[in-house]
Ligand binder design. Structure first.
Ligand code: DGJ
Length: 726
């Protein structure tokens, strides 16, 4: 039993393998957060202090106790407008216009298994693998109830959080804010790490000590965005990869989100995370419920790599679904960087045929195969084969590809419409725009209003018609703009604030229906690369195109940041041509391969343009990826360097019997010592043999002394070291 309740139902302990989470209801019914950290096997309430702080008011029931203030106590889920002046976890406007929310404990419930969330993706688990705790809080003076849900995956050190707001009163209320997570930490010196970036440089970690006031990482773009990722870390100042305390939180949500970290007057920390409340307002009628998305939480007292391992495990096993979640993914070739829009059947066949000769499993036809689509100005929405490019239609192309022993995959961007398209001409009202205003274009395109059932039904029908029309094994679901001009004719003016969230719900409904109807198809998410790289999408698409930057050097930085939360199998990564199309950089083909192998592997160039030596290298890389695939996707991942700071980018995959070190040394200097890297995660008392040599080391030697990397030559020198335990 991971969940223990003591003291007549007033004390809650959630214990996982290595962690403990503690809450207590006090004499006023306030649910205080006591502890989230190592399992101390102790009631941690002794850490709470009750200072009398000026201008921190006192609840009425505390009478003359000036030291009892909601403004200074660690709270499990803070209300608003009732004496806690820190970030509220929820804010409700009642029918009289007031907005106080003073939450007090009502009841609790423990269930076997893991709860699910209506209309939203969430962590799933077998009954025996998980437990659920529900705690019901109620506003003192209205019918608003807040149910806090905790899903506990004990063996994985994972606790999930989500909230249900219920209107048990008889008048409607408005939800202005409803975060999924509120986490108060009244102790410790913390650094905050968030993952920022831009298109073609996503998820760069930035770590800084907390400063007083509120710091925020968020998106208003209708997608989680390239600019910020819905994930955050709080680390003790001394926390490294392998030592120190850290807490990680990942939001399973594919729309506008917000993480706020408040460092208060008493040096206490509050982190809230959930749907971005800006542009959000939800009308909750009497008797209705609102479900927030889920946050996945984990704590490690052994540094960040242990935390990453917990997230990798839970996302791979309990978030990703479907046939492909654990099996090896096909090595694919995608024609985007080889042809862009300029192709016809012969050109595609030529690329596919040569790729098949080198061992590639699947050909993916990217953007440009449909409607009038010779550039990005037109055609989106017209999901019918462009016969001037593919004169034999999809079936003829797919049959030819299959005759080379390859599978076939296809690119779609179902949420979009070009103004120059038959779909837009027939249904201009299906595009998101505000009446009387010119819409903002992004990559010349508009966004379909998938908050509307009729639009979703159309998209489902037209996409399933394509998928039924030929033997399609893979879909790349792209999305290439931020969303603005929020307005839908399907909601009355006073409910327009619901649209952003309804868009995400519509997206999930579509993804759910299509992935359920086509369970044999591997879906890969994409949003101009990694603009929607989140755990929500991963429930439907077990891999996501990580970034539109395919430069091997840049990718080491992007994939380093991605690895803090997301497992290697979820990272779509390809070898592309040189000079690289995004940066002009030239890196050796072997370097591009070891970098792309740290993901779901493929190629994105015309392999015909390679010389014989390079072709032989490609053939051999594919064989190696197949040989190491289960170690790469199933082993534990270790970040052995920080590519933004160190002279090399190195990482390793470690299983019971094998160790694979991959990466690159950025520059060769004359007269320099060979680089040395210390490995981690090995058995100190076992012996490991280095493949291709007669060298044998103890695990302890490799971890304490390290291993010398090969002598380098040139820049971006590739590294691959494979050890087998003897
Ligand atoms: C953005 C994607 O990230 C690319 O890989 C490619 O599919 C283009 N869109 C096609 O328009």
């Amino acid at each position: 039993m991971a969940i223990k309740v003591k003291c007549q139902g007033k004390e809650f302990y959630i214990k996982t393998l290595n962690t403990m989470y503690q809450m207590k209801v006090d004499e006023f019914g306030v649910l205080r957060h006591i502890w989230y950290g190592a399992d101390t096997d102790c009631d941690m309430e002794y850490l709470l202090d009750y200072p009398d702080v000026g201008f921190s008011g006192n609840i009425y029931d505390a009478q003359n106790r000036r030291n009892y203030s909601l403004d200074t106590l660690p709270l499990e889920y803070s209300g608003a407008g009732a004496g806690d002046f820190r970030c509220p976890a929820a804010e409700i406007v009642h029918s009289d216009g007031s907005n106080a929310l003073d939450l007090r404990f009502q009841s609790y419930n423990i269930k076997k298994g893991k709860y699910s969330i209506e209309g939203l993706p969430s962590v799933y688990a077998d009954e025996a693998e998980a437990e659920t705790l529900e705690i019901c809080l109620k506003d003192t003076s209205s019918g608003v109830q807040v149910v806090l849900k905790y899903g506990v995956l004990e063996d994985q050190d994972i606790i999930t959080r989500s909230t249900v707001i219920c209107n048990t009163g008889d008048t409607p209320v408005k939800i202005k804010k409803a975060y999924s997570l509120c986490l108060d930490l009244p102790y410790g010196d913390w650094d905050w790490v968030h993952f920022h970036g831009r298109h073609t440089m996503e998820r760069v970690p930035e770590r800084a000590p907390l400063i007083h006031g509120i710091q925020e990482s968020s998106s208003h773009r209708g997608i989680p965005s390239h600019q910020q990722n819905p994930a955050a870390l709080l680390c003790s100042r001394d926390c490294t990869e392998s030592e120190g305390d850290c807490i990680g939180a990942v939001l399973m949500y594919s729309g506008s989100f917000q993480t706020k970290v408040e460092y208060s007057q008493l040096n206490q920390v509050r982190m809230v995370m959930g749907i971005n409340p800006e542009l959000f307002c939800w009308e909750l009628n009497a008797g209705d419920k609102f479900y927030t998305p889920e946050v996945i939480l984990s704590f490690s007292s052994n540094g960040m790599e242990k935390l990453s391992h917990s997230f990798h495990n839970v996302i791979r096993n309990n978030v990703c679904k479907g046939k492909y979640k654990l099996i090896e993914r096909p090595v694919l070739i995608n024609n985007w960087e080889a042809t862009y829009f300029d192709f016809n059947e012969e050109r595609l066949i030529d690329i596919a045929k040569h790729a098949s000769e080198l061992g590639v499993d699947m050909f993916v036809m990217d953007d440009g195969w449909f409607g009038k689509r010779d550039d990005d100005c037109s055609g989106l929405g017209d999901w019918f084969v462009n016969k001037s490019k593919l004169n034999g239609g999809l079936t003829q192309l797919v049959d030819k590809i299959k005759s080379y022993g390859m599978k076939f995959g296809i690119w779609i961007e179902p949420e979009m419409v070009s103004e120059d398209s038959d779909l837009y001409r027939a249904h201009p009202d299906w595009a998101i725009q505000i009446p009387g205003r010119k819409p903002t274009r992004g990559r010349y395109q508009l966004v379909l209003d998938i908050t509307r059932q009729d639009v979703r039904d159309y998209v489902y029908k037209v996409i399933s018609d394509i998928l039924n029309s030929a033997d399609i094994s893979y879909v790349k679901w792209d999305m290439n703009r931020s969303i603005s001009d929020w307005y839908t004719a399907s909601l009355p003016p006073e409910r327009q604030g619901e649209m952003q969230h309804r868009y995400v719900l519509g997206l999930y409904e579509l993804l759910d229906k299509l992935t359920s109807a086509f369970p044999e198809i591997l879906f890969e998410g994409c949003c101009g690369g990694g603009g929607r790289f989140d755990a929500g999408i991963l429930q439907y698409c077990p891999q996501i195109w990580c970034s539109d930057d395919t430069d091997a050097y840049e990718r080491t930085i992007i994939q380093y940041g991605t690895s803090f939360f997301y497992p290697i199998s979820t990272v779509g990564s390809h070898v592309s041509t040189v000079p690289n199309h995004q940066t002009g950089r030239i890196t050796p083909i072997e370097t591009r391969a070891v970098t792309a192998m740290s993901g779901s592997f493929g190629y994105e160039l015309d392999l015909n343009t390679l010389n014989d030596k390079e072709k032989a290298a490609v053939k051999e890389q594919i064989q190696r990826f197949k040989e190491y695939g289960s170690l790469i996707h199933g082993g534990k991942y270790y970040r052995l360097s920080n590519p933004s700071k160190d002279k090399f980018a190195l990482w390793s995959f470690v299983s019971q019997d094998e160790v694979l070190v991959h990466g690159m040394v950025f520059r060769t200097e004359p007269n320099m010592l060979r680089c040395n890297v210390k490995l981690r995660g090995l058995d100190p008392n076992e012996k490991y043999a280095l493949n291709g040599s007669d060298k044998v080391y103890t695990g302890k030697a490799l971890m304490e002394g390290g291993v010398l990397l090969p002598k380098t030559r040139g820049d971006y020198f590739p590294v691959e070291l494979y050890f087998k335990k003897l």
